[in-house]
Ligand binder design. Structure first.
Ligand code: SF4
Length: 217
């Protein structure tokens, strides 16, 4: 199977499984989404969605957020991973949005990545989901699946992003990102398992996985 054939099969399968994938992080504005994505590093979306309603009730704009202290922000997000650092970043990022962008979330990757706690993946999610710009955010799960599906060589997330962008039409990127996330959560257990039961790997999975993961096929 060529890479193009694999990509077409994967797209068709994911479209069949997740025709309208919802954005998993609850938000009502680009600012709320930015904070939710920042909070989601090393934490589940479920956990983030548990803490953000109270945080956003207290402060849902940069103006209101800078009125809170870092300790008060920490009080709202304490149960998510890396909470002390994230609380500091949320406070400083809100100050910078006021200083540099009139309190608005900027729409470019470059401006977003200049904010504390906002890496390339976070910025990509924000431009895709808040502003509808085509992006391909790659986290470790998507990176791993792209390798298993033979779409990338597994070198690093930067290379995987380039390979996925080359493999799939630009208009599919934003939905595809969510579809792969949902697929990984629902279908891909961490431990060895039977590839013949997988709707994607049974068709496109690398043969070397059989040895590597002890999976049957
Ligand atoms: S075989 Fe396993 S790892 Fe590969 S896509 Fe299917 S469920 Fe995920």
């Amino acid at each position: 199977m060529t890479k193009a054939e694999k990509a077409a099969f994967i797209l068709q399968t994911l479209e069949g499984l997740y025709a309208m994938p919802p954005v998993p992080l609850t938000h009502r504005s680009p600012y709320e989404l930015l904070l939710a994505v920042l909070l989601s590093a090393q934490t589940t979306d479920v956990k983030v969605n548990e803490v953000t309603p109270a945080l956003f009730k207290a402060a849902n704009t940069p103006q209101k957020m800078v009125g809170l202290t870092v300790e008060q922000i920490l009080g709202f997000v304490r149960t998510v991973g890396l909470a002390p650092g994230k609380s500091k970043n949320i406070h400083r990022l809100s100050e910078l949005l006021l200083e540099r962008h009139d309190g608005e979330v900027p729409e470019t990757l470059e401006e977003l990545e200049a904010l504390p706690g906002v890496g390339h993946k976070t910025a990509s999610v924000v431009v895709a989901q808040a502003f509808g710009q085509p992006a391909m955010p790659v986290d470790t799960h998507i990176h791993r699946l792209a390798y298993r599906w033979g779409l990338s060589n597994g070198k690093n997330v930067e290379q995987t992003e380039k390979d996925l962008k080359r493999a799939f039409p630009i208009k599919t990127w934003n939905r595809l990102h969510l579809q792969i996330i949902y697929f990984g959560r629902e279908h891909c257990p961490a431990r060895s398992h039977d590839l013949s039961t997988c709707p994607i790997c049974r068709v496109v999975g690398r043969k070397s996985l059989l040895k590597q993961f002890g999976e049957k096929r």
